[in-house]
Design a binder for this molecule. Structure first.
Ligand code: FES
Length: 354
């Protein structure tokens, strides 16, 4: 009989589902754990030394190299044991709808367009197109972000200044418009929505052939996007693919939802992912992530919730989700919500916990 290390190596047997959500744990540097792979241990998420006997599954050992926060798989269907890979969302009933919380307060946007829930979570509506190049700050340390920044760039015609971050990778989402993005002397034409990747230290300039509206993210963030006097010529040839487009064949299911990763470490990004997703009319159960997330509403309408407050969202808005804060996004329209997400630190937008 073949001994199974985890669910992915044993197609004949499925491990027992101990929990439909991962277990959040804080590990000390050097701490050794034995993760239960069979799902039968009485000491979840750890092995109890006896329950796996005769199941064909063996526990997986892991030693933390440094102090770290981890999500240990509870459903035992992960392909990256001992860690959750988001597979729990694809279990029958794994992505449950939830009733709207009672007695929540509706939050209105302030004069700057920010609707803040009682956590650092908020919704912000970007400004309208201006008469000339403009850059508005949507996500920043001042608004509660620790790991990413986001700006809204509008360019009715002509070219932007040369912009660059010497601290973080830069990721663009072209909301609308056509033109060219020049990166360290290399030109990439685009027409309509797409993701663009610019490596840390590279200068870039946008030129509009029709009015441009672009979300500009910086990971790690900290408002380090600055103007340069001139374009350089130091394009990083090791990472030549810089434009990512929506590709229906690349979608991954996540319960009744789906997502497609546009840009990640395959393109050179470091511990960051840009993705699009679709949410049908539904209200997800409350959950949280270990990454910080900025979610752009591409189309549709919905409501963002936490336990006490709620705020409406519409096309163009950006929702900022801090790490480890409970929240839920509801789609309130029949067409569904199409969203564009940017997560950091992290590369799998399918991983969430209660
Ligand atoms: S809990 Fe098993 S994959 Fe997430």
């Amino acid at each position: 009989m073949t001994e199974c290390k985890a669910a992915d190596t044993c197609s004949a047997r499925k491990a027992h589902i101990a929990s439909r959500k991962p277990y959040y744990r804080e590990l000390r540097a050097g701490q050794k754990i034995k993760w239960c792979a069979c799902g039968l241990s009485k000491r979840q998420p750890f092995c109890d030394s006896v329950s796996h006997e005769g199941t064909g599954f063996e526990p997986i050992e892991y030693v933390a190299k440094e102090a770290e926060e981890v999500l240990l798989c509870g459903c035992k269907q992960t392909k990256t044991g001992p860690f959750c890979d988001g597979e729990h969302s694809n279990l029958p009933g794994g992505y449950k709808d939830e009733e709207e919380p009672q007695n929540t307060t509706l939050v209105e946007a302030d004069a700057d367009g920010f609707a803040r829930l009682n956590t650092p979570c908020y919704v912000v509506s970007p400004p309208a197109m201006s008469d000339a190049y403009a850059l508005a700050r949507l996500v920043a340390p001042e608004t509660g972000a620790q790991f990413q920044s986001q700006f809204y760039l509008t360019l009715p015609a002509g070219s932007s200044p040369v912009l660059a971050s010497d601290v973080g990778d830069v990721v663009l989402w072209v909301r609308h418009g056509a033109g060219v993005v020049e990166i360290e002397g290399r030109s990439f034409p685009f027409d309509g929505s797409c993701g663009v990747y610019i490596r840390r230290g590279e200068g870039f300039r946008l030129t509009a052939s029709s009015p441009l509206a672009v979300y500009v993210s910086e990971c790690p963030g900290g408002n380090n996007l600055s103007e340069r006097a001139e374009m350089g010529a130091n394009f990083d040839e090791a990472w030549p693919e810089r434009i990512a487009k929506i590709d229906e064949d690349a979608r991954q299911a996540m319960g009744p939802r789906y997502f497609q990763v546009l840009l990640d470490d395959r393109h050179g990004l470091r511990n960051t992912a840009q993705f699009i997703g679709h949410i049908p009319r539904s209200k997800a159960e409350m959950h949280r992530h270990l990454y910080e997330e900025a979610l752009i509403i591409i189309s549709g309408t919905g409501v963002i919730w936490n336990d006490d407050f709620r705020a409406p969202v519409k096309a163009g808005d950006v929702i900022f989700f801090p790490r480890k804060i409970r929240h839920s996004l509801q789609c309130t329209c029949d067409e569904g919500l199409d969203v564009l997400g940017l997560i950091h630190p992290g590369t799998n937008p399918g991983i969430n916990y209660e």
